[in-house]
Design a protein around this ligand. Sequence first.
Ligand SMILES: [Zn+2]
Length: 315
Amino acid sequence: MTTLAVDIGGTKIAAAVCDENDAIIQRWRVPTPMDADAINDNIAKVYHEATAAGHKIKAIGISAAGNVGADRRTLTFAANIPAWVNYDLAENVGKLIDHEVPVIVENDANCAGWGEYVHGAGQGSKNMVALTVGTGLGGAIVINGELFRGSFGMAAEIGHLPMVPDGDHCGCGLRGCAERYTSGTSLENFAKSAIRRRPQDAKRLLELCGGDITKLEGPMVSQAAQEGDVLGLYAFGKIGEWLGRTMAATAAILDPDLFVVGGGVVAVGDILLEPARYNYERFLEGSAYRGHAKIVAATAGQDAGLIGAANLALR
Ligand SMILES: [Zn+2]
């Protein structure tokens, strides 16, 4: 018995056949078309290839970058795919495979967080919050061992907690959202503004981006910070500070025992997590008189979304 897990990202569609323990048996990877019909065709094609290869697929679990309704079928909105407005993705994929197996759709951050919970750093936690620091800031909430979706499927949008009144404009249309201050994008922004203000300290960062500040990317800031570069460390200190503030705000509502932090930037480890821990404690209500959640790096890797989608498809 296997599941087909599909992760529709901004640039690529990753798919995998997973066994009953969510271990990956076979993989596919294709570029993501910006057209909804072409995405459905790709998923159906992978499904037919998987069954032709002899895999007994029991369900398809799709991780999608967008807002997924509580029915776990419908994309209510997605920034990247214009057609995904109140779009029944499960039905549109299902009809291409003659509804041979059920199709379950889940938000990408929820899938990655659930992957961490069942197979990564979240194992053994009772109440967990997972945060994925990527282009934006994704969130997933587990309460009493169950993924918490909210009443309309919109829970865990932690990246859009309003942290700064009238702050920076966010892609969601609001201002001052957490992800404007703690994300891969904001890491680059903090580093760029530091270079402009402190050119005398910017030698290493400018070297890494070939002297063109517009070409500065997150991994360059990570490399500089790991070498001890003062501006690289500053940029991580800033997103770490806002990460900690965001966690404290989250804890005021959910009181979790664990925060799992994922995304490419977490490869720097404590360079990001120590300022997060410090500021979490600093902004936590009653900090000296209460238990503190652990703050750890994700361990399930790039496949967290796929294995989360595979596991959720069977639940
Ligand atoms: Zn926002």
